[in-house]
Design a protein around this ligand. Sequence first.
Ligand code: AMP
Ligand code: GLY
Length: 424
Amino acid sequence: MNILLLGSGGREHAFAWKMIQSPLCDTLFVAPGNAGTAQIAKNIDISATDFDAIKTLVIKENIEMVVVGPEDPLVKGIYDFFLNDKELKDIPVIGPSKIGATLEGSKEFAKEFLMKHNIPTAAYDSFTAETVEKGCQFLETLQPPYVLKADGLAAGKGVLIIQDLAEAQSELRNMLVHQKFGAASSKVVIEEFLDGIELSCFVLTDGKSYKILPTAKDYKRIGEGDTGLNTGGMGAVSPVPYVDAVLMEKIENRIVKPTIEGFQKDGIPYKGFVFIGLINVNNEPIVIEYNVRMGDPETEVVVPRLKSDLVELFLAVANEKLDEFNLEIDERSATTVMIVSGGYPEDFEKGKIITGLENVTDSIVFHAGTKLDNGNVVSNGGRVMAITSYGDNFQEALDKSYKNVNQLHFDKMNFRKDIGFDLI
Ligand code: AMP
Ligand code: GLY
């Protein structure tokens, strides 16, 4: 079958790498893709949110399945666009419906879903410009630090954690009245602060049953020791060594099962990934957010650990046969280290020629922000490439990733030298 994958990051290169290994995959198209996907699939230069252009492509190229990488097309309703179109309605889209994607698109919607289905989450209330003074009073009833979350999509920047009450009140006004995050902060969720270790749980569902995918931990801050600004993610490790069977059972029974049952009870069509952000407070997992897609760079360590055929797995999702699917996982550890443009996550330059790719051995290079320019691979974004390796344990895998990172060069290249530091 011909398949279309939407997106252009390291996540999408990892999906593409795995999907083309399937005998079920004839031609894989990636829109818009990057220099890495161009080497193994057919890049199409259209945006992942240009639904009309996607429709034309799907019909012209006889595409029989669409896999959605990032959240934007999902939140904009690509699943419903296909379902409501006479010519597209029988083509499966791997990703939730628009209402399902609202779990990531609106923090308030996610909180209401969590409360309604008795899934453990931090206490909260939400406010608008009209109720800003009530929000300021609500902050006075909480203990610091104060957690303020822009309701809508804000590219991972919409969450503020503030120690000082007066500062929290002033930031709340900035968000609600002065639109600090644009329309995304026209509503703000104020949440109880949870003190614990963060972890993520990745689930794939066909709306009825589900499979829990390997655990992974990412490193979000730009600086060593988890310092400095937040990024999309600077590296990842799978599995997470401290997640044991007891904790996984709590996560499954208290969080995953009621989430999938909640989709059914609320009539939310959901055939795709659920990425559940958790904080482990004294061995009690509590949900801090839902994402409706896989993580990036978590995908670059989770997908390489799937032994099963990914296209077959997606077909099981589309056909609601996930309960019959035998998901096989590679026992080895996988790690990835992101190389990024100097300056990222603030201003950075693009178009730097990347050298040394031919010297990489024993690792998989997943491209993120790259493009081809006159035969050269050049940087084209903040996060440039993820260098993934396997090992019998995460240290062995990390040694390989770092050995190969050191083979690669471009002007002002940066990376974190301490991925996995907190796991030893
Ligand atoms: P989110 O976009 O909801 O994942 O929030 C971004 C980051 O803020 C998370 O990765 C956590 O580090 C932190 N965070 C969010 N909610 C809370 C909370 N209730 N308590 C403590 N930290 C939080
Ligand atoms: N790495 C975190 C995310 O994809 O949201």
